[in-house]
Structure formats: structure tokens, C-alpha cells
Design a protein around this ligand. Structure first.
Ligand code: F6P
Length: 529
């Protein structure tokens, strides 16, 4: 793939000029003819609609963004992603998360491996395992069914399965009480693990160590603590009944003593933050059931097909990603806020934060050149209702501004709550309108408005629709990375942090603090006073 500086393209120059005209207009001026605007700016796929009508954009903006996509060879880059080319060029790897949800063992051959076959074999194994835990046939060392499942992982080995379990497991229903309780433990300081173990019986507890590398400090510390807890009542020879693991690192799984039938592979062509579709999802599959998990995968594959086949102006992840570039590089918005208006989606911003910020937090292009334009807005958010009573004031009247994604469900979680669900939806619409139109009065009560948002509405929160939504965000991120010419699949910054922390920990354990940076020594001295 030819590496280009996007700011040197013809389209970039035209967009810069066009931005001046757009800045002179107000979003409210474009919202008066709803039907026409909706026809131009709303795109649907199955039971998901993306309404871009409140983007600070005109049809001409979309034409110019499409030209930019052409000049940056977006189509070829999308084809490269799906076909297993080494799109993660700094690590010489493919990024084949789409093959994890392709139906019928489809996938390219990468470094001699039949990806489709590897995925379908692994999927059959981990989903069978998940069902055996869920239906009680998988037992611990004493023959008791598993009642408590604890996923130990962090980052991509935690956030995805944690979010999906929270979003899709029907807590509080009669049937949910029969299934194992699934906990997620990521934190290093022992508190989360302690809380998960509070009511657990070792004889009916299963730990899943989820770590692509099997070297991550937090995960290994928690896995060791879990083993120590178990061996207080389970013989060391039987501990293997209580562990499963997901990793690329089979040597480390051997060393930890993970049994063959409870270990699941991962591959270097799956990035941590793109891995929820892989065996990393096993805890989620236990929480929601293998059938629901398959529907989730199917939904993601529907979005993959949409992404590959739709033209720019009806392609929701392409539009979302291109508008993110437009908002950041031409309208100067460096923050992106995600506000789900459905309690089940409350932790979606946490999940998206890693996907978006670990992928786009880069300032060097794939060809090694420093970028000369902004990349990767910061992404944050919370449940929309709570946000309205905390930081939404900043969104409406703050000096800085942000773009927003409002996410809702047309049908709520429970029929008895239909009236409050309607209120929640009306709040979401009101927020989007106020943000766009503002309130044109002088003084303290005036809102500037003209702040862009996208409204994403799912008919219902089904596994399939959720799969579509998550794949939509993955592809939006990829689109942005292609336009900026950066690698969405490496994360050298966080890796360096991990390495330095390891060095410091070793020095501190040996009480040899003289080699720590001078100011770090000061604070450690203070700690001892
Ligand atoms: O913290 C950065 C990171 O490297 C993430 O990219 C990754 O998802 C996480 O650590 C966990 O890594 P692993 O799955 O190897 O334990």
C-alpha cells in the first residue's frame, strides 16, 4: 500500500476551504427540513440505524470526504484488512478479527495457517466448553457443578467479555439464577478478586485466565492469587479442574498446569482490543449462552458485509469514521463522548475507550513519518441519564466542545418499564436537539448549539444488534486510521509503560531505589516517613 500524507491530498485542501463555509453556518439551519435531511444523512442496516442528521456537514461535505477516502485508498485498505494482509505493519501481522465471525470456516491462509479452519475448530471447542459450564455438566474436582466463574484478564482480555456479559445476561430473571455467576477481575490490588471470592466455594469455582501473552503483570498476579486461594482447600493435583485459559502462549499454559480440554488458542493476528470474538469471549458465552454468543458473532459479520460492500454515502462505519476525521481535523473537536440511553449499555464507553484510544493514539504514520495533523479524539462517556445530571452541562455550555454519539434502544429491557423507557428516549432526543440547535437567547441561558452528534438506535438490544454495533465501531476506527495513515493495531506506548513498571518493581523489591528517577525516589521516601 502506498503511504500518503492525507494533508497533501487535493480533498484535504478542498475540505479546509469548505470548513470555512460550514463554520459560517449553524446546524439548526439544516435541520428545518427533517425529511430531506434524514433522507441524506440516515443509514440503516437490519435493526440498527445511524442518524447523522446532526453532523455539522452538508451533502458537499460528504462528497469531499468521499474524495478524501478515495485518495487515501480506503477501498483497497478495507480489502487488505479482510484478506489478511499485514495491515499491522509495525509488527508484521494481519488483523483478522473479521475472520473470527465469518460464517462457515471462511478466512484466508496466513503464514501457512488456514485461518477459517483454525477459527471454527477453536469456536467449536470453547463454545462446547462454555455450554458444559453453563448447563452444570462441567464439574470441579469434587464433582460439584461450577457455580462461580471468574474471568481473570485486563484490557482486551477483560473489557469485551465484561461488557457483553453485562449487556446481555438477563440478571434478575428466574432462569438466570440457575446459571453460574460470572465475575470479571482485572485490578492489580487484590480488591476485585477478594470481592469475587467473597461468596465463592472453591469446589464449584472456575477461573478463566485470559491473556493473549500470558505475561501481563495484573493477570498473572491475580492468577497466582487465585491458585493460592484454591489450594487452601483443593489438592494441588486437582487444581487443574478449576482453571481454563485463553492465550497465544501455550508454554505458559503448560507451566500453569491448564488442562488440554480447558485451554483455548489465540493468534497473533487478533489484537487484544479486537479479541472479544475469539476464545477471549468464553466467559461471555458462559454468561449469555452459546446460542446468544453465536448471534452476536453473526451480527458482527452482518456489519462486516455492510462495511465491505456499501458505497461511502450509505456505509455507516465509513460515514462515522470520515465524520470523525472531519470533526477533528477541520472543525477542531478533539473529544468524542459516548452516551448510551439504556442501562444495559452503561459500560460501553469503557469498552470503546480501549478500542478507539489504543488504536488511534498514534502520532507516527505507518511509513515512519511524524503526523502533522490531529489524530484520535479522546473518547469518554457514561450512561446518558446519569450524564445529564453531571457533565452534560459542559457539553451544552462549556467553552470547549465535543462530538457525541447518543445510543438508544427502541424497545427497552422490560415491558413493564415501557413508559420510563419512552421517557429515556425522549431525553436522548431532547439532548441531541438542544446540542445541535442551541438556545438563541442572550446571557446565562443561551446555549451556543452547533455541536454535532450521531444518534444510533437499535430496535432491541439483541445479541445480533449488539454485534453489529460493536463491529460498527471497530470499522469506524479502522477508517480513521486509514485516513490518517496510522497503524490501528499496535500499542507500543502502553507496552513501554509495562516494561518500565516491571523494572521499577524489581528495583523496589530489592530495596535498590537508587536507580529510580530522582522525583520518584522523593515520593517513595515520603511514603516511608
Ligand atoms: O495494556 C495494554 C495491553 O497490551 C492491551 O493491548 C491488551 O489488551 C492488554 O494489555 C492485556 O494483554 P494480555 O491479553 O496479553 O494480557
Amino acid at each position: 500500500m502506498e503511504h500518503k500524507d492525507p494533508s497533501q491530498t487535493v480533498a484535504w485542501g478542498l475540505l479546509r476551504e469548505h470548513a470555512r463555509a460550514v463554520s459560517a453556518a449553524h446546524l439548526r439551519d439544516w435541520l428545518s427540513d427533517g425529511a430531506q435531511r434524514y433522507g441524506q444523512f440516515a443509514v440503516s442496516e437490519g435493526e440498527l440505524i445511524a442518524d447523522f442528521t446532526r453532523a455539522r456537514a452538508t451533502p458537499e461535505t460528504l462528497t469531499l470526504l468521499s474524495q478524501l477516502a478515495d485518495e487515501m485508498q480506503l477501498d483497497a485498505c478495507v480489502a487488505a484488512l479482510f484478506s489478511g494482509e499485514l495491515v499491522n505493519n509495525t509488527e508484521g501481522r494481519a488483523a483478522l478479527h473479521t475472520s473470527l465471525r465469518a460464517s462457515g470456516a471462511q478466512g484466508p491462509i496466513v503464514a501457512g495457517m488456514d485461518v477459517g479452519r483454525a477459527v471454527s475448530d477453536a469456536q467449536a471447542k470453547y463454545l462446547r466448553f462454555a455450554e458444559s459450564v453453563r448447563d452444570g455438566s462441567r464439574t470441579g474436582s469434587s464433582g460439584k457443578s461450577i457455580k462461580t466463574v471468574i474471568n481473570i484478564g485486563i484490557g482486551g482480555s477483560d473489557l469485551g467479555p465484561r461488557f457483553i456479559s453485562a449487556a446481555l445476561s438477563a440478571k434478575g430473571t428466574a432462569s438466570s439464577r440457575d446459571y453460574p455467576t460470572v465475575h470479571f477481575v482485572a485490578g492489580l490490588d487484590g480488591q476485585e478478586l477478594r470481592a469475587a471470592l467473597a461468596d465463592a466455594d472453591p469446589a464449584s469455582t472456575l477461573f478463566i485466565i485470559c491473556s493473549k501473552t500470558f505475561t501481563t503483570l495484573e493477570t498473572i498476579a491475580n492468577a497466582n492469587a487465585a491458585r493460592a486461594w484454591l489450594t487452601r482447600s483443593v489438592s494441588p493435583a486437582d487444581v487443574h479442574f478449576h482453571f481454563a485459559a485463553v492465550s497465544v502462549n501455550s508454554g505458559a499454559m503448560d507451566a500453569f498446569g491448564v488442562a488440554d480440554d480447558a485451554r483455548f488458542p489465540l493468534w497473533d493476528w487478533v489484537g487484544g482490543r479486537y479479541s472479544v470474538w475469539s476464545p477471549v469471549g468464553v466467559a461471555a458465552a458462559i454468561a449469555i449462552g452459546a446460542d446468544a454468543y453465536r448471534e452476536l458473532l453473526h451480527g458482527a459479520s452482518v456489519m462486516d458485509e455492510h462495511f465491505r460492500s456499501r458505497p461511502v454515502n450509505s456505509n455507516m462505519p465509513v460515514l462515522h469514521g470520515m465524520l470523525a476525521v472531519w470533526q477533528q481535523n477541520f472543525l477542531g473537536l478533539d473529544q468524542h463522548v459516548v452516551l448510551p440511553y439504556d442501562q444495559r449499555l452503561t459500560t460501553l464507553p469503557d469498552y470503546l475507550q480501549q478500542l478507539w484510544m489504543e488504536s488511534l493514539g498514534k502520532t507516527v504514520r505507518c511509513d515512519g513519518a511524524a503526523v502533522k495533523y490531529a489524530t484520535g479524539a479522546s473518547l469518554w462517556g457514561n450512561n446518558g441519564s446519569s450524564a445529564q445530571h453531571s457533565f452534560a452541562q459542559w457539553l451544552h455550555q462549556g467553552a470547549a466542545s465535543a462530538s457525541v454519539d447518543y445510543i438508544g434502544t427502541a424497545v427497552g429491557a422490560h415491558p413493564d418499564d415501557a413508559d420510563v423507557h419512552l421517557q429515556s428516549l425522549s431525553n436522548m432526543l431532547a439532548q441531541a436537539e438542544v446540542l445541535a440547535r442551541g438556545h438563541d437567547v442572550a446571557g446565562h441561558k443561551g446555549h451556543p448549539g452547533n455541536r454535532p452528534s450521531t444518534l444510533l438506535l437499535l430496535k432491541e438490544l439483541t445479541p445480533c444488534n449488539l454485534g453489529m454495533l460493536l463491529a460498527f465501531y471497530e470499522h469506524s476506527v479502522y477508517v480513521q486510521s486509514v485516513i490518517w495513515g496510522i497503524n490501528a493495531f499496535d500499542q507500543f506506548g502502553v507496552e513501554r509503560g509495562k516494561q518500565i513498571a516491571g523494572d521499577y518493581a524489581a528495583l523496589m523489591a530489592q530495596q535498590d531505589e537508587s536507580q529510580l528517577p530522582p522525583v520518584a525516589r522523593q515520593i517513595l521516601n515520603w511514603r516511608k516517613m
